[in-house]
Ligand binder design. Structure first.
Ligand code: 5AD
Ligand code: SF4
Length: 467
């Protein structure tokens, strides 16, 4: 077996360099071969896929968008709800079929499902055609595993869950907007959520490392940075170095990136200092995703969300008052165990009060091993669907209303690329994260332009560029 020249930061107290000097012999094996990468789930996974791509391309693989042309298939999976899990197993079936024709096809399962003990056991027992399984904390082991001989199923899950990898090389999807991880894992243990099990404990990156990465992005002309964490505003708590998310946000804003964003915030960790920093810097975008999950205190308690609806509303009001024009979106789960019609009405009441700019709404899905999986999943599927439908009607009404407020107004839009529906138009986002389709010249891609809003729908706006 060839010895790869490969090292990574194994010790979070030191920042070693994560370099990958691929041996020429290895390159001969993979050069010109094709990889197919499919990403499920949240922004964290999308960003992890940028890391996966860079490793595969360093090894000599080229990307293909056609499964049939692939020599290696990587599924970067999500475990948050049952339907995400089912979709992945459906896709694995297609891969298995392809492997019957293409014996050398390498199939790799990564992401959150690869961090679930029961899924991994199932793969080991019943899905032998899957060659490699790598948990979300071990992405950097992908090249190492591919450089080893694949004569047995190779499974690596959670072996390095305390590591904070540094100097990762990403093949970024965009040269306009960049994701930057600030922390990994989550300690909140909301009772319905699988993330603390699949991604492990909260681990923050050192501030200097994050600032170096952001500075490099500013220097290479990026227009927008989004700081990423499952629980982004708990940043720094585990480090005990005297700085927190507010300090980090302020320091990144000072680097001069035109637009700075962050996701996802937990209401419990949102401090007044953070609100002050957001309102102080024009380049921190006035947009906050603030999941509420339920409007009933009884259900919030059962979810272990650590706040009451009154505390949430106090925070919400403070944000609206101190951050001019702030847009706030949320996540809501319907049909949590024991949720009654009265509990659900309280959720509708909160939506009526907050008039969210947008909301992601979900039907409760039992995840094995979480605290709520030991509660009786007693709301019928029919009732869950009915509540979701009623909730969506309300949520869409308010997002349309908030969009309509922009009619005939001029807003700043960062143009990202060609609109999928209408190739004559470009699409981009307002400071408040609203999607806008704009009629203008392609050469404006990557620019922040003034746009006059001419039409407002529930999920998007139309407008014309103003010179
Ligand atoms: N069932 C339904 N929705 C869930 N979410 C997380 N876990 C579950 C689950 N078991 C939702 C929450 C979270 C979002 C990312 O996904 O609303 O904020
Ligand atoms: Fe899951 Fe709650 Fe952590 Fe969000 S804060 S990742 S919902 S446990």
């Amino acid at each position: 077996m060839l010895k790869p020249n490969y090292d990574i930061a194994k010790d979070r107290s030191k920042t070693k360099i994560n370099y990958l000097d691929v041996d020429n012999e290895i390159k001969k094996i993979y050069d010109g071969k094709k990889y197919f990468l499919k990403t499920y789930g949240c922004q964290m996974n999308v960003h992890d896929s940028e890391q996966i791509s860079s490793y595969l391309e360093m090894l000599g693989f080229a990307r293909t968008e056609e499964l049939a042309n692939a020599d290696i298939v990587v599924l970067n999976t999500c475990a948050i709800r049952e339907n995400a899990h089912d979709k992945v197993f459906g896709y694995l079936g297609r891969c298995k079929h392809l492997k019957k024709e293409k014996k050398d096809l390498i199939i790799i399962l990564m992401g959150c499902m690869a961090g679930q003990v029961d899924v991994v056991e199932d793969i080991e027992k019943n899905h032998k055609y899957v060659d490699i399984v790598i948990g979300p904390n071990n992405i950097f082991d992908l090249p190492k595993l591919l450089m080893e001989k694949l004569d047995k199923q190779n499974i690596l899950v959670h072996s390095n869950s305390d590591i904070v990898p540094e100097n990762i090389i990403y093949k970024r999807d965009s040269d306009i907007c960049a994701w930057v991880n600030v922390m990994f894992g989550c300690d909140k243990f909301c009772t319905y959520c699988i993330v603390p099990f699949t991604r492990g404990r909260e681990r923050s990156r050192k501030m200097e490392c994050i600032l170096n990465e952001c500075k490099a992005l500013v220097d290479s002309g990026y227009k927008e940075i989004t700081l990423l964490g499952q629980n982004v505003n708990a940043y720094g708590k585990d480090l005990n170095l005297g700085y927190d998310f507010a300090t980090l946000l302020e320091n990144v804003a000072k680097l001069g990136i035109p637009r700075l964003r962050f996701v996802t915030s937990h209401p419990w960790d949102f401090t007044d200092k953070m609100i002050d920093v957001i309102s102080k810097y024009d380049n921190i975008m006035p947009y906050i995703h603030l999941p509420i999950q339920s409007g009933s205190n009884r259900i919030l308690k059962k979810m272990n969300r650590r706040y009451t609806k009154e505390e949430y509303i106090t925070l919400f009001n403070k944000m609206k008052e101190k951050i001019p024009g702030v847009a706030i979106t949320t996540d809501i789960i319907v049909g949590f165990p024991s949720e009654t019609e009265e509990d659900f009405q309280e959720t509708l009441d909160i939506v009526n009060y907050c008039k969210y700019d947008g909301a992601y709404t979900f039907i409760y899905s039992e995840r094995k091993g979480t605290a709520s999986s030991f509660m009786k999943d007693d709301v019928s599927q029919e009732e869950k669907e009915n509540r979701l439908h009623r909730l969506n009607e309300l949520v869409n009404k308010y997002s349309k209303e908030s969009n309509e407020k922009l009619l005939n107004k001029v807003v700043k839009v960062l143009l990202i690329g060609e609109s999928e529906k209408d190739k004559e138009k470009l699409y981009g986002y307002t400071e408040t994260m609203k999607l806008v389709n704009v009629s203008c010249d392609k050469k404006e891609i990557g620019n922040i332009v003034s746009v006059n809003i001419t039409d407002a729908k529930s999920f998007s706006l139309d407008g014309n560029i103003i010179k």
